[in-house]
Design a protein around this ligand. Structure first.
Ligand code: PGA
Length: 306
């Protein structure tokens, strides 16, 4: 069956490589991937490398630019912070939200992640929302529950349109930087779980809005419905006309079919091919292996042939 979603392969440099290393990196990456088409390739360097990368990529739409972090505030007296608007000015289009290193090392709570996700959408970024369980949580059989909690808080108040436009990265904490990647079965199972959850979230809305006739507008027509409303939908007491219920079911399937779910955690050229062949895995967020442009290009090529 043809894969309906465009794959996205993102390089998260974390706190590595300097501005002067951007040019040779990109030269190699672009050379190595010149035959590759149909993949969203995203470079996510540190803040100090963004201006250089932005300048070099201005006329090269093949590789898009992302940022690793940003402030939940729009502007003001927040010494050391970088706002979403400042990044947009540098043609940053993708943005990481809730990476486990931000959550664990810098105290980003689910609530902060949620606020940042709203800021990202308000500034028209394409956010990559990271979720994932720790080893202890997995061993305790709580992996799915952890994902569900992280996603419910993070995605609340999002319009259904923004929800469909969010990329969700499943990154088990125990696999990040450890060389211990999730098996394809483990990753696929969790991706499948997330997709089902997205379907569920976007199918329980206050159906009266659809009864008013906005079903003609497809997914876009659902933009008035926030996920918070969706979560509250069951208790609104709204009775649902049968035609709208059918339409909402269709729409939720559309959102779930459109949203891209990518895997992160020790992805390398050696394991990328198998992971990316899974119909549930729409790409990869690559840390360590992305520091070498040849290795990263191999992963991009694996996505193109998967
Ligand atoms: P890793 O990092 O590939 O080095 O495990 C992935 C990530 O943190 O996004």
């Amino acid at each position: 069956m043809p894969h309906p979603r465009k794959k996205v392969i993102a390089a998260n440099w974390k706190m590595n490589l300097t501005s002067s290393e951007v040019k040779p990196y990109l030269e190699t990456l672009l050379l190595e991937t010149q035959q590759v088409e149909g993949i969203d390739i995203v470079l996510i360097p540190s803040f100090t490398s963004i201006p250089k990368a932005s300048e070099l990529l201005e006329k090269t739409p093949k590789v898009r630019l992302g940022a690793q972090n940003f402030s939940a505030h729009d502007k003001g007296a927040f010494t050391g912070e970088v706002s979403a608007r400042m990044l947009r000015d540098l043609f940053v289009r993708y943005i990481l939200v809730g990476h486990s290193e931000r959550r664990q090392l810098f105290g980003e709570t689910d609530q902060i992640v949620h606020e940042k996700l709203l800021v990202a959408h308000r500034n028209e970024f394409r956010p990559i929302l990271c979720v994932g369980e720790t080893l202890e949580e997995r061993k305790a059989g709580k992996a799915k529950q952890v994902l569900e909690n992280q996603l419910k808080v993070a995605l609340a108040d999002l319009s259904v349109e923004d929800l469909a436009d969010t990329i969700i990265a499943y990154e088990p904490v125990w696999a990040i930087g450890t060389g211990c990647t999730a098996t394809t079965e483990q990753a696929s199972e969790m991706h499948h779980f997330i997709r089902e959850m997205i379907k569920d979230l976007s199918s329980k809305g206050p159906l009266s809005k659809l009864a008013a006739g906005d079903e003609r507008q497809g997914i876009d027509g659902a933009q008035q419905l926030s996920v918070q409303e969706v979560l509250n939908g069951a208790s609104t007491g709204v009775t649902q006309p049968i035609a709208s219920a059918v339409e909402f079911g269709k729409r939720s399937k559309e959102v779930a079919a459109k949203i891209r779910l990518i895997y992160g955690g020790s992805v390398t050229p050696a394991n990328a091919c198998e992971l990316l062949k899974s119909p549930d895995i729409d790409g990869a967020l690559v840390g360590g292996a992305s520091l070498d442009p040849r290795a990263f290009a191999e992963i991009v090529k694996a996505a193109a042939t998967a």
